[in-house]
Design a binder for this molecule. Structure first.
Ligand code: UDX
Length: 448
């Protein structure tokens, strides 16, 4: 049965497109808005502008006008239509890093409130999901009340998202927790209604104030980045002391206070969230006069960025001290597997550095070749891993797609110039490659 509460979603990127489709799946009538008409047009045809497993299935099931769909999901570029349609409006626009600064760019969030509010002439709940500096929600609330004809009947809640790319549909339908920064009981009641399904299925629903809700997201991403940089710092020590960081991580992970997850050493974290979120967190802490509280994040960032350089150095060393004229195959361009996202991708960054130092680089990614080509048009792109590896002096494994783990070292070995594999993610089986006559090198692991 359809719910009488109608939902709108503003911003249809990784977060918004998934949220809109998931809300339709949960039984709501949903209207999505994006300021880019090509995006809404593509979505209205049931096609996802991004690669996210399971998303197109949801779109096909719910987008209005498609054969056999529930018709619950539609798209628009009109703010007036959006306000007329919805009771609950989710803001899912991005907050990228500002050019030349650590702080994040709030202009898309601000524009969303400025555009929507003048049309809100009846009670409505606006819910922020974008990652913002703490204090933003209070400021946006004042602006909303000022601009909305409904005045204080237009409320603002904060409900951060924690979805992981590649698992966005799963994380949205079955969140591990729902954090709701609620200014009133009415806001809480509405959000409980919106999330009735996952709450009934056991997702914890945590009600809090606006600043805490905003902070949960920054703190979670700071913690996750710290965990990754911690193990990468241990990899640096292992490299100097002939230790094995993979074994070290496994042994640490058995302590359930530490846990196994997010201890995968390699070329570090990237993407549209972790790097910019820790920087924005440092910038905001500075504004609040508590910069020292998170100054360790500068070290986390710097450990992370060093790993990219370390991978370039390892490649150079393996190739006899120079990259000039060497052919390098790069497997992976996305910042993580099961995604076509190349924003701040360590893999693509390394491919670019190798190219700039004179190597002939051929990249293959199962989903991200096109996005990568737009960022680095000067690299070569291949249609398969084997094609990328043809005549290579070294093969670099930089995004841990399952398909790369399943490569046959013998088959790849037949096309390369030299059997040298460098594992930037520590997910290949060194024994398998060494047995097939490959020189296997990895960050934080012994050479032989
Ligand atoms: C992250 C958070 O996990 C998510 O909760 C938040 O909402 C948005 O930011 P995402 O950017 O999709 O999600 O990626 P995540 O899975 O966290 O991985 C981030 C990066 O860290 C990737 O580049 C990944 O390859 C790298 N990583 C992850 C490691 O290098 N080692 C690990 O052990 C785990």
């Amino acid at each position: 049965m359809n719910s009488p509460t109608k939902i709108t979603v503003i911003g249809l990127g990784y977060l918004g497109a998934t949220h809109a489709a998931a809300m339709a799946e949960m039984g709501f009538e949903v209207l999505g808005l994006d300021i880019v008409p090509e995006k809404t047009e593509e979505l209205a045809r049931g096609r996802s502008p991004i690669y996210e497993p399971g998303l197109e299935d949801l779109l096909r099931r719910h987008v209005a006008g498609l054969p056999d769909s529930t018709g619950r999901l539609s798209f628009t570029t009109s703010w007036a239509d959006l306000a007329a349609f919805g009771d609950v409006h989710f803001i899912c626009v991005n907050t990228p890093q500002r050019a030349g600064e650590y702080a994040c760019d709030m202009s898309y969030v601000e524009a969303a409130v400025e555009s929507l509010a003048p049309h809100l002439d009846r009670p409505a709940l606006v819910v922020g999901k974008s990652t913002v500096p703490v204090g933003s929600a209070a400021r946006l609330t004042r602006r909303l009340v000022e601009l909305a004809p409904a005045g204080e009947a237009a409320e603002l809640a904060w409900n951060p998202e924690f979805l992981r790319e590649g698992y966005a549909v799963e994380d949205t339908l079955r969140p591990d927790r729902i954090v709701a920064g609620c200014p009133s009981e009415r806001a809480e009641t509405l959000l409980r209604e919106v999330y009735a399904r996952p709450i009934a299925a056991g997702s914890p629903f945590l009600v809090t104030d606006l600043p805490t809700a905003e902070l949960v997201k920054s703190a979670a991403n700071a913690f996750l980045s710290t965990k990754i940089s911690f193990i990468n710092a241990m990899a640096e020590i292992c490299e100097a002391a002939d230790g094995d960081v993979v074994m070290l991580a496994e042994a640490l992970g058995h302590d359930d206070r530490i846990g196994k997850k997010f201890l995968q050493a390699g070329i570090g974290f990237g993407g549209g969230c972790l790097p910019k979120d820790i920087r924005a967190f440092m910038a905001r802490a500075g504004e609040l006069g508590v910069a020292d509280a998170v100054s360790f994040l500068r070290e986390i960032d710097s450990i992370n960025m060093r790993r990219r350089g370390a991978m370039v150095e390892l490649t150079k060393e393996t190739l006899g001290g120079t990259l000039l004229g060497k052919r390098v195959a790069v497997l992976g361009a996305a910042f993580k597997p099961d995604s076509d996202d190349v924003r701040d991708s360590p893999a693509l960054n390394i491919a670019g550095q190798l190219h700039l130092q004179g190597a002939q680089v051929t990249v293959f990614d199962p989903k991200a070749n096109e996005n990568a080509r737009r960022v680095f048009p000067t690299l070569r792109y291949a249609g398969t891993a084997i094609e990328a590896a043809e005549h290579a002096d070294a093969v670099l494994h930089l995004t841990p797609w399952r398909a790369f783990r399943e490569l046959d070292p013998e088959a790849v070995g037949e096309v390369v110039a030299e059997r040298r594999i460098l594992d930037g993610r520590n997910t290949l089986d060194p024994e398998l490659w060494r047995k097939a006559g490959w020189t296997y090198r990895a960050l934080g692991r012994p050479t032989a």
